[in-house]
Ligand binder design. Structure first.
Ligand SMILES: Nc1ncnc2c1ncn2[C@@H]1O[C@H](COP(=O)(O)OP(=O)(O)O)[C@@H](O)[C@H]1O
Ligand SMILES: [Mg+2]
Length: 163
């Protein structure tokens, strides 16, 4: 299945052409890395793919549907692993997962089940009632990944560049 497809996308900011006929496809199970120097247009391409900004021309398809700015329905299937750990230190691991799952509209039994599954997936089941403020760096990072997966996203973004 084709998860994402950008075809001939152009995006200008005033005189700057940030995207110049960008085309790529992502198939289910594939990992795609965007490499390039500062200002190459990586962030702009990701923002357009996620529907945070529109493009001037070209087409962006996500999960077989046309992407548009602020398409909430498509956003529900996106996930983000931030470079910095962005969990709440005051909440327990489980409460963090319930919070992030809830942001994406997962609730009730489904949320309970996904919280349990993602805690198992990242190996933190035994620490579910503890606050991540006391976790090691690696455990915090695993909880951060779990928070990005709890709503079962179809497309996961991971930033290795904070710029
Ligand atoms: N909101 C904006 N307003 C004006 N120019 C922008 C904006 N966002 C990005 N640009 C410009 O678009 C180009 C691509 O930027 P960006 O996508 O952030 O590159 P990268 O992430 O590859 O470093 C740069 O020249 C940048 O200055
Ligand atoms: Mg960038």
């Amino acid at each position: 299945m084709t998860v994402a497809n950008m075809k001939d996308v152009i995006k200008r900011f005033g005189n700057v052409q940030a995207l110049d006929h960008v085309s790529f496809e992502i198939q289910e199970g594939e990992v795609l890395g965007l490499l390039g120097p500062n200002g190459a247009g990586k962030t702009t391409a990701i923002r357009a793919l996620a529907g945070l900004i529109g493009s001037d021309s070209g087409e962006i398809m996500l999960f077989g549907e046309k992407q548009e700015v602020n398409n909430i329905r498509l956003k529900q299937h996106l996930g983000l692993i931030t470079q910095e750990v962005t969990v709440f230190e005051e909440l327990t691991a489980e409460e963090n997962l319930r919070f992030f799952g809830g942001l994406y509209g997962v609730k009730g039994d489904k949320l309970r089940q996904r919280v349990k599954e993602t805690l198992e997936f990242v190996g933190l089941s035994e620490h579910s009632k503890k606050a991540p403020g006391k976790f090691s760096g690696g455990m915090q990072r695993r909880l951060n990944i779990a928070c990005a997966l709890v709503h079962s996203p179809k497309l996961l973004f991971g930033a290795v560049d904070a710029s």
